[in-house]
Design a protein around this ligand. Structure first.
Ligand SMILES: [Zn+2]
Length: 385
């Protein structure tokens, strides 16, 4: 499979250059266990609901640096990147536990050449291995790149995406691309699977119709995502509107969801996974052996052994509650950053239920930075008045 994908990548890159398409390109390949994916599509698995269950997925973080130990993602970059996982998955009661250790791989030949061969380096079978490359490192002429393998529960992300209208660049590690690749590992296909993409990894794939009549058995096999002919990143970064068009076999016009994380969308517009995508991942984590090995689940309480940071509500209005009552006796430091990286609020608290006044903050997206024993955790926070 790897041999095929390498050849395929080379071929697509050649086509890319031959076409001379000026637009920024991102490539994502997947290497999923087709047989296992099919298994969860069949009754009774497809209709099992785990909406009341909470799942915990163990993750390991690897950061690629140059041989002289420079470059790559900083510890706060890593924490910011992981906040995109929490933001996409926690809503579906899927949480992540990380040991706060970063495995640095300092090797120029690997640093400048992102590829799935990295999955052989310090890989774990009891967790999902995330290999984070530098924002500046593209792949074979592509600006950004992610690949994931359910066979090895590993993925990598590198490079950046560029808005062709403004030339503004968006790093992919610190974006929902991280969540996209995690989605593949946890058994999600692209929203354009079978419709705007044939993988040759799935013998059952077929085009999904706009009217939804075959949504359960074709396309991405998810019934609450609309048919997607492959948006191919052809989306206005400012309005998040797909700029393409097309008709399905019935002559109905496609209206794909530009904000779904599993589409070929642009990073400022990618926002969420649907409830049925969330449930499919949970089903997969109960029956696919390589996924049961990296996760656990429970009907009550928080599923991860290490207590997470509990804060609510999100979106916050005039108050944000930071619940530190389960933390050890200590003084904790918190900071709230806006999207421009400016600290707009900061303070410290004992291990109590701390109420933070957010009434003075403008509506929008913020990042809550929390320090515990010198370890920084970053969570995304929305303020709405
Ligand atoms: Zn993908």
């Amino acid at each position: 499979m790897k041999k095929f994908t390498s050849y395929f990548l080379l071929l697509t890159s050649l086509i890319f250059f031959m076409c001379g398409k000026a637009q920024a390109q991102v490539y994502c390949e997947i290497d999923t266990l087709a047989a296992a994916n099919q298994e969860i599509l069949m009754e009774p698995y497809r209709t099992q609901s785990y909406s009341n269950y909470s799942f915990c997925v163990r993750i390991y973080v690897h950061v690629l640096r140059k041989s002289n130990h420079t470059g790559g993602q900083s510890p706060s970059d890593v924490s910011l990147a992981l906040s995109y996982l929490d933001s996409a998955f926690n809503l579906h009661k899927i949480y992540f536990v990380w040991d706060y250790q970063i495995d640095y791989i300092d090797d120029d030949s690997k640093y400048f050449n992102p590829n799935a061969g990295i999955f052989n380096i310090n890989n774990h079978t009891d967790g999902v291995d995330i290999y984070m490359y530098d924002d500046s490192v593209g792949f074979l002429g592509w600006d950004g790149y992610g690949t994931s393998s359910q066979l090895e529960t590993a993925f990598l992300v590198s490079g950046f995406m560029e808005d062709p209208a403004t030339n503004k660049t968006y790093p992919l590690v610190k974006s929902y691309i991280l969540s996209h690749e995690m989605g593949h590992v946890l058994s999600l296909w692209h929203t354009h699977h079978g419709t705007g993409e044939t993988t040759q990894q799935d013998p059952f794939e077929c085009p999904e119709l706009v009217n939804g009549s075959n949504a359960a058995t074709c396309g991405d096999y998810i019934t609450d995502t609309p048919a997607d002919p492959n948006m191919d990143y052809d989306i206005d970064f400012a309005t998040c509107q797909w700029l393409g068009s097309g008709l399905d076999a019935n002559g109905d016009p496609y209206n794909p969801d530009e904000k779904n994380i599993m589409g070929y969308g642009v990073t400022p517009c990618m926002s969420y996974l649907t409830p049925k995508q969330g449930n499919r991942m949970k089903v997969a984590m109960t029956i696919i052996p390589v996924l049961t090995a990296v996760s656990n689940y429970t009907l009550s309480g928080y599923p991860c052994a290490t207590a997470g940071l509990n804060y609510y509500p999100n979106a916050a209005d005039d108050e944000l509650n930071l619940d530190l009552r389960n933390k050890p006796i200590n003084t904790y430091i918190f900071q709230i950053y806006d999207v421009y990286g400016v600290i707009v609020l900061s303070g410290e608290s004992q291990n109590i239920l701390k109420t933070i006044d957010t009434s003075g903050l403008n509506e929008g997206l913020y990042f809550l930075h929390f320090y515990e024993n010198g370890q920084l955790t970053i969570k995304q926070l929305v303020v709405e008045h």
